[in-house]
Design a protein around this ligand. Structure first.
Ligand SMILES: [Zn+2]
Length: 248
């Protein structure tokens, strides 16, 4: 959609800059599209899943996702999770979100995949659900909290259950995020763009692109007072570690 006019050019520019990315599915339809696209390009991987509210489908139809999950380019289940911001009918909506989140955790465990978590205004419930699943399945319940903008106290709880957190463009222009970026160990963080949203400086307000991830990584290195090379290398190791390794 947002890249319909120049998708090939963006992917080509990424290849030239040696940038790979994990695209995300937010419902069945675009999960299928994302798998097709990832199959065409060696530097693209993808998640498949049903977003808590940014989707056009009510149900997580596991049988349909079963057809996609065997694909080698599928590296995680999500974006899934909870999003309690701006709910019209909170009680019913929270119940629905928890239901499809539960199904996707079970699905991820079954296929030994990490989770790509979308969590907004819902960390208490989200962490409680993940902890209770870890009581049953242990570290098979693993993953990354994407677009992390919460304070240190929440980051601490995410790390305690063994999850990573990923940072996005806003760390390049919101100074308060420096504290949590500093707090999270380099081995436990990821960089992402969430393109087409939330472009980093110097592109703030424009359409975001996977190419701009370098500006986020650069800002991380500044905040952590480490060399860009050190940060880049570790982020790549972290990505391989979470998305391409098996838990068992
Ligand atoms: Zn999200």
């Amino acid at each position: 959609m947002k890249f319909d006019e120049d998708r090939d050019e963006v992917i080509q520019a990424m290849k030239e800059s040696k940038i790979g990315t994990i695209t995300v599915g937010t419902d069945l339809k675009n999960s299928k599209e994302a798998v097709d696209l990832a199959n065409k390009h060696e530097n693209l991987f993808t998640t498949i899943g049903l977003h808590p509210n940014d989707n056009h489908e009510e149900e997580f139809v596991a049988e349909e996702y079963e057809k996609l999950v065997q694909n080698k380019k599928v590296v995680a289940i999500g974006e899934c999770g909870l999003d309690y911001a701006r709910l019209e009918n909170p009680e019913a909506e929270k119940k629905r979100q928890k239901g499809i989140f539960d199904q996707q955790i079970e699905f991820a465990v079954k296929h030994d995949k990490p989770l790509m978590i979308h969590c907004r205004d819902a960390y208490d419930d989200c962490l409680a659900i993940l902890k209770s699943k870890q009581q049953i399945y242990g570290q098979k319940v693993r993953g990354n909290f994407h677009f992390f903008t919460s304070p240190v106290e929440i980051a601490k709880q995410c790390l305690e259950i063994g999850f990573t957190v990923s940072f996005t463009g806003p760390i390049t222009f919101v100074s308060e995020y420096a504290e949590v970026v500093k707090y999270v160990p380099l081995e436990k963080m990821m960089a992402e763009t969430d393109a087409p949203f939330a472009a980093p400086m110097p592109y703030r307000g424009q359409r975001n692109s996977p190419l701009y991830v370098q500006h986020i990584v650069k800002r991380m290195a500044e905040i952590k007072d480490l060399s860009l090379e050190t940060v880049k290398k570790q982020l790549i190791l972290n990505t391989f570690d979470l998305f391409l390794n098996k838990a068992s």
